[in-house]
Design a protein around this ligand. Sequence first.
Ligand code: PMV
Length: 357
Amino acid sequence: MENPSFISSADQAAVPFKTKWQAPSNIALVKYWGKTEPQLPKNPSLSFTLSSSVTTTEVEFSPNNRETFEFEFYFEGALKADFNPKLNSFFDRIKTYIPWLNSYSLRISSQNSFPHSSGIASSASAMAALSLCLMDMERKLFPEIAEVGFYKKASFLARLGSGSAARSVEGPVTLWGKNSVQKTGSDLYATAFGTDLNPVFSSYQDTILLVDKGTKAVSSSQGHQLMHNHPFATQRFIQAGHNLADLVAIMKSGDLDGFMRIVETEALSLHAMMMTSNPYFILIQPNTLEIIQKVWKYRKETQIPLCFTLDAGANVHLLYPQKNKEEVGAFIAAELVSFCEQGQYLFDEVGTGAKKV
Ligand code: PMV
């Protein structure tokens, strides 16, 4: 049993309820790559919570006299069965922790603020939004749940849907996984970085350059699997632990040179793991490298602290302080747009976490 304290009671009369939550996507600065069952990370990770890239989910709970849990899932207004396998395994995993769910039929309606296949991690925002709806129902049944316990368990449930979703509940920066610098760090859920976050990071910009909007050749789940028996796995997990410890200090001090060095190291290490897996694979594309070279040249010439990170795909996230928004925007429009599929990119920035709508 993972953590008995997360199991709620089933002894409560079922009541109808409807709730709606909006949860953001996130971008990891220290990457989670490699896990054990059930969705436990092999190393700690740290991420920026985004602001405009969100999933909004409404759940209608209807008491079900047959005592058999069932759900219908609507995506952008249409009944969508494609997501049912993923949702079924999510519900199977979380039912132990929210046993009251068995007396309900759910109507789940979800929509994303960002375009489909834009390379933004929609599973993170989607699983977080759904988990918050479930926790809201739990709070209706058991009103004594404390605020901090509410968000912790929402992150715990979200993690069981998609690992990185654990980091999409709170903001502006979250930490997930046992680590050497934070005594309370847990593999079970993510928590918000403390109040000592340097102010430069609470308004940091993330512009997502859409290099390739297509489906990835190798999914994240397959990639995580390939970290078992990976020749460099042990060293990678140690590296991530050190990078996290260094980055935590930097998130307090505001040392932007240190920030850029760690963030770019992490992005390239993630992709180096992919390229050295068995079987090996490559998700970056020629335009990803063109952009990286341009960013380095621009940084050298202007001294503007612009850096990049990568998710599990070819798209590039450009990270920079809010005060440099104008000049970086001009640089993107002039020099980077030609490397984006159909010239597309999205402006986002660090946000404060999920909210009820
Ligand atoms: O949450 P998953 O299983 O899709 O894995 C996410 C892995 C990365 O996005 C590549 C890194 C991360 O920490 O978000």
